[in-house]
Design a protein around this ligand. Structure first.
Ligand code: SF4
Length: 185
């Protein structure tokens, strides 16, 4: 039963555009609160400017504890070719291309009647061009808003091998990861 369910989830996310996917036990996921410290340095410039990013996404210890409430994780990756290693525009576009996959997965899980699921994407929320946090308004789409793996303390460089994937997939490519944590109903 589980194998059939996992196989179908893997197939579905690949059909949506993932390069590779796998289902692993949640206890194989490495968590580290140090990722919150990295967010606090605001290297990306979005700290405190998105409801789904720190500090607004929530306390790191509570979020890491939440991860442990699920049994399995559908882990997937996208790999996109770049013009060269300085193709920052290509990297941004590649990240944007992961958002529709992450959102369509919500319907896949609903259709399969898996309602107890936590969807985590590749950096930032990505639903709105400009998050309403910047203007002090409530989240416009709380049912679609999606935090990142890192916001929950997931060590993505260790998640990749745990799911049988490479963290980096060759010169002039960029790889992004997403995951859906779930419990079988
Ligand atoms: S859905 Fe829009 S308003 Fe809500 S967190 Fe995401 S980007 Fe911000």
């Amino acid at each position: 039963m589980e194998n059939k369910l996992f196989e179908r989830l893997i197939e579905e996310v690949k059909n949506l555009g993932a390069y590779k996917a796998n289902v692993i036990a949640v206890n194989k996921i490495s968590l580290d609160r140090a990722f919150r410290n990295m967010c606090e340095t605001n290297a990306c410039g979005v700290y405190g400017k998105c409801w789904m990013c720190p500090p607004d996404v929530g306390d790191i210890d509570m979020l890491m504890a939440e991860v442990g409430k699920y049994d399995y994780a559908l882990v997937y990756q996208t790999v996109t070719e770049l013009e060269d290693s300085f193709d920052f525009e290509g990297m941004v576009e590649a990240k944007k291309s992961t958002y529709p996959i992450a959102q369509k997965l919500r319907n896949v899980f609903k259709d399969m009647n898996i309602t107890n699921a936590l969807h985590l994407g590749a950096g930032g929320c990505g639903v709105c061009e400009v998050c309403s946090k910047r203007t002090g308004e409530p989240c416009r789409f709380p049912e679609l808003a999606m935090p990142s793996l890192e916001a929950y303390g997931v060590n993505v460089s260790q998640l990749a091998p745990a799911a049988g994937m490479k963290y980096i997939n060759g010169q002039d490519t960029v790889t992004y990861f997403g995951a859906v944590l779930f419990k079988e109903n």
